[in-house]
Structure formats: C-alpha cells, structure tokens
Ligand binder design. Structure first.
Ligand code: KG4
Ligand code: ZN
Length: 375
C-alpha cells in the first residue's frame, strides 16, 4: 500500500525529478510547479540493440546502469538546480522490462532517501497521457475532460476514457485494447519482415508518403466482443502472405545487407533498394494501421461523448496518424515529437497531482512488469 501524508500546498512543491527506465531509453527530467518543463534528457540505447533487431533485456539493464547517473546529473544541470532543491522524485514503476525498471526504481529510492524527500512510483501509460497535459498547460491550454486517450507505443495500444475532477484528480477507464500486438510492435515487426531494420516505425513513416496507400489491399480487423478492441496480427499475416506471393526475398535480403553494415543506412540508400511496389506495400500497411486506430478512437469518443481526444506514445510521432486525426471536429491533442516517445518529463508531470494530494510510495516500492491502468 502506498502511504500518504498531508496534501502539499502547491507553492511548496516546486521541483520534481522524473526518472524513466522502463525499456531502452534512460531518461531524466525536471518539471517545475507541475507545468514548466525545465529539462528533458533522454539517452537512447538504439546503437546497442540495433544489431539484434529488437531490445535485448539483459543489455538494456546494463546500459541503464551505465547511463543513469550521467543522465540525472545532466537533467539537473540543464534545469539549473541542485539535488538539494528537489522536492520529490518520481519514477516509472511499470509496466516495462523488470530489469530495466529496477535500475530507475533503485536509483530513485536511493536519491529520495538520501535527500529525505518524497518518492512516488508512476504508471508509464499514465505518463504518456500526462506528456500531453503538460505541454498544453505550458501553452496555457487546459484540455477539456472527459477525454478519450489513445496510447499507442511499442508496448501498448490502449483506449482510455479519462475523467478529471476537482483537485486535478484523474480517473482512467480502459475501454479498448489490442488483443495481440501493440501498434508500434506491428510497425517494427513488418519493418523487420521487409528488411528495414529496427525500430521500423520511424522509417515506415518516412517511406509511406512515397507509395500508394491503395496499392495493396490489406484487411482491417473485425472485432467480435468489444468492438473497441484492436488487433494487428491479421494485418501482419496479410503482409507476410503478400511478400511470399510476389517473391520479394531477393530485395529483402539486399536491404538486410544494407542494414548490417554497422552504420545507419541513409534514406537515399534505402529508397534505392526499395522498388515502387514495396513502397506501395509500406504505404498500404501504414494506412491500414492508421485506419484501425482512427476508427476505434473515433467510435469510442462518440460512444462516450467526450470533449477531446488525446493521442500519445511512440506511434503518436507518426505523421500520417497526426494528419488523419486533424480532420476531426473534436479538439485533438498530440505531444511534441520529443515527448511522444519515452521520456521522463511525462513521469514527473503525472506525479504532480498525486504528490499534491499527499500520495507517496513506500521505500519497498517494487517494479511491476505488467501494471494495468484503469483495468
Ligand atoms: O513510447 P515508445 O518510445 O516506447 C514504448 O513505450 O514502447 O514507443 C516506441 C515505438 C516503437 O515501436 C517505434 O517503432 C514506434 O514507437 N514509433 C513510430 C514512430 N516513431 C516511433 N511508429 C510509427 N511512426 C513513427 N514516426
Ligand atoms: Zn512508452
């Protein structure tokens, strides 16, 4: 059970340090007064995992261990504050890779204990939603609630009905979720299948505008049971079937060699190794993922009569997804590109309302690999 203490007057809660190590990014950030982002440092481990075509958990923990002190120190330097000025430490407690989470949680505990300041564990998915709330507040915009939040990343594809009541209390109800792969995972798996390296989402985003999204007919899932649930495995299988049907092995091998050179391939090199028919397949795949997400989010928003839509998580960086949502009459909020993918600003931001209500984590806080939000 999380202990609590008397609510903290807003003026007494100035600087919160956020720490995020749930997957392959070591991140630290300082947020002031709940709505001012003073620093946001992210050390990516991409170079370590790239050659394995995915995140290797054991290597991820080791890299976090190597980076954490430097990243936290840099976050404080950029915010121009000292350790002694911190009022609280917020850390991702889950969901994520347990060995990775353990590094952030252990470091946060040590820091909070030595500074004698509150420690609070935050759900990573709640963090993604608060990345958007934070950035809008910085612009002077208060998002109208209830809101429908679509959180789409390498690990999650969830739809939440989010209510906000007096005192900045947020309540989350899970209204839809993927039954198999997460959206980012679908991007990454299809990219790997086509020989486009890892992670695939950002590259597919760059290549899709070069192809015809009507070029290859791919299925959108039809859900039995909860119609707001999502599924990407049928789409992935359809891409695989297409690859086999049109004998793409040779070009895929050529691209794999391009990505195995030990240096990042340039976009020109990649497009030169990608025939138009494959660009059409990429464009059709991306469009189908976007339609799957867009239709479910819109349906959920209409059914629940929300006042706004929030889209967050790594896949929210996708330019096709952003423009698809722009056609709506709802106010739609996306994070900046920097706060779409994993970061610690979102963890510090999500912590503020909880800390102000007196919420704390005990020093026996444990990372949780699987940690539902609003289930
Ligand atoms: O939120 P995030 O940094 O980490 C997780 O919590 O999983 O999301 C990473 C995921 C990866 O699957 C990556 O391929 C995807 O987000 N991603 C994108 C784009 N940028 C990152 N997917 C599509 N288009 C993008 N521009
Ligand atoms: Zn994430």
């Amino acid at each position: 059970m999380a202990p609590s203490s008397p609510p903290v007057p807003a003026a007494d809660l100035q600087y919160v340090l956020g720490i995020e190590t749930s997957c392959d990014e070591t991140a630290a950030a300082v947020v002031a007064a709940g709505d001012k982002l003073l620093s946001n440092v992210v050390a990516s481990q991409l170079k370590t995992h790239f050659r394995y075509g995915g995140v290797v958990p054991e290597l991820a923990s080791r890299e976090h261990l190597r980076a954490i002190v430097v990243v936290v120190r840099e976050a404080l330097e950029k915010a121009a504050i000292t350790y002694q000025q911190l009022d609280a430490v917020a850390v991702t407690k889950g969901p994520g890779l347990v060995g990775s989470l353990l590094v952030g949680v252990t470091f946060a505990k040590g820091l909070a204990a030595s500074l004698e300041i509150p420690l609070i564990g935050i759900n990573h998915i709640e963090g993604h939603i608060h990345a958007v709330v934070l950035e809008e507040r910085q612009r002077g915009v208060e998002i109208a609630f209830p809101s429908l939040a679509l959180v789409v990343s390498g690990g999650h594809s969830h739809l939440f009905y989010v209510e906000r009541s007096d005192g900045d209390v947020y309540r989350y109800a899970l209204v839809g979720r993927t039954r198999d792969d997460a959206a980012g995972e679908a991007f990454d798996k299809v990219a790997k299948l086509l020989g486009f390296g890892y992670p695939g989402g950002p590259l597919i985003d760059k290549l899709a505008p070069l192809g015809n999204p009507d070029g290859v007919a791919l299925p959108i899932s039809k859900m039995k049971g909860n119609v707001l649930d999502l599924s990407f495995s049928g789409l992935k299988t359809a891409v695989l079937r297409h690859v086999r049907a049109v004998n793409m092995e040779e070009e895929i091998d050529a691209r794999r060699r391009l990505f195995a050179q030990g240096r990042p391939a340039s976009l020109d090199e990649i497009t030169a190794a990608t025939p138009q028919a494959t660009l059409d397949l990429v464009a059709s795949f991306q469009r189908t993922v976007i339609e799957e997400l867009f239709r479910r989010a819109l349906r959920a928003a209409e059914e629940r009569s929300v006042h706004s839509i929030i889209v967050s998580g790594g896949v929210a960086a996708n330019s096709g997804l952003r423009s698809r949502f722009q056609s709506l009459t709802y106010p739609v909020y996306f994070p900046s590109l920097a706060l779409s993918t994993d970061n610690a600003a979102m963890i510090a931001a999500a912590a503020f309302p909880r800390l102000r209500r007196g919420e704390r984590s005990a020093f026996d806080l444990r990372p949780q690999g699987s940690l539902p939000l609003g289930a």
